[in-house]
Design a protein around this ligand. Structure first.
Ligand SMILES: [Zn+2]
Length: 272
């Protein structure tokens, strides 16, 4: 589309617009770009060391995925999630992940079940630490990455490629991550994921289905009621100081290049 560049890790050429896409997405998922915050295509192009050309398709893709939004004469900003769209996404996530949990309960082998339980316990420990920490952007990113990874792993062990792809393509987990950041959701009940995974790795597929439905819906209505998001119709674009400051700093290499890779930092934080 707009030229390719060689990626040393994979040996494949990655289109530049795709690189720009992952870098911008990672900034959003790290909470470095907040809902409502303005994006400058020119500044991003400078930071990424590319021309403006690859930035537009990256913006378009992120708009399709409802992480960015644009308006003529106002520019592009990180999307402010609408309550109705959060509700609808939750419905789609429930449909896909309940089926994923049901099939996982039927098809996962013993080794996979043990692995899922272990991941769930690690995630609960990290969530507890995250809930207590005053502000730790790196820990926040690691928690959300592991959360994403655990749910993708359940989908993988459901042994239905089309279902797994649907979960990935519908971006239900990425959007959920974005929603958690937008509403600053930090605390979950103790043992939240271990409790879910005991059922999902158990012998009752219907119970697994029901447990996942409850898991997906947990706290969403309260979040929508209590956590006030800035008005989606107010288009006075904000550009934070952090954003301006970042422009002069070297850009960290993006950790997530393909859908559900974990950042390298995870194990070091878990092993603490
Ligand atoms: Zn979860």
């Amino acid at each position: 589309m707009s030229g390719n560049s060689h990626d040393d890790r994979t040996g494949f050429s990655v289109p530049l617009w795709n690189k720009a896409y992952y870098r911008i997405r990672e900034r959003i998922l790290r909470g470095e770009l907040r809902p409502g915050e303005a994006l400058s295509a020119r500044r991003l192009a400078e930071e990424f060391g590319m021309s403006l050309l690859p930035i537009s398709p990256a913006f378009r893709q992120l708009e399709n995925e409802k992480l960015l939004e644009s308006r003529s004469r106002a520019g592009t900003r990180v999307r402010i999630p609408r309550p109705e769209e959060i509700r609808d996404r939750c419905v789609v996530r429930e449909a896909l992940e309940a089926q994923s949990a049901r099939l996982c309960a039927i098809n996962a082998n013993m080794k996979e079940r043990v692995e899922l339980m272990r991941l769930a316990e690690q995630l609960d420990t990290l969530y507890e630490r995250f809930g207590r920490a005053a502000s730790d952007p790196e820990l926040q990113y690691v928690v959300h990455t592991l959360h994403f990874e655990l749910h993708m792993r359940i989908a993988e062990y459901a042994r239905c490629e089309e279902l797994r792809d649907a979960i990935e393509k519908n971006q239900v987990l990425i959007y959920n991550w974005f929603f958690d950041l937008a509403t600053n959701r930090r605390a979950l009940p103790s043992g939240f994921h271990a409790k879910l995974l005991r059922v999902v790795t158990g012998s009752d597929p219907i119970a697994a289905d029901e447990a996942m439905r409850a898991h997906v819906k947990y706290g969403v209505p309260e979040m929508l009621k209590d956590k006030l998001l800035p008005s989606a119709n107010d288009w006075r674009l904000r550009r934070s100081q952090a954003n301006n400051k970042e422009a002069n700093q070297p850009v960290k290499e993006t950790a997530i290049h393909s859908g559900h890779k974990l950042p390298r930092t995870r194990s070091s934080i878990i092993d603490h």
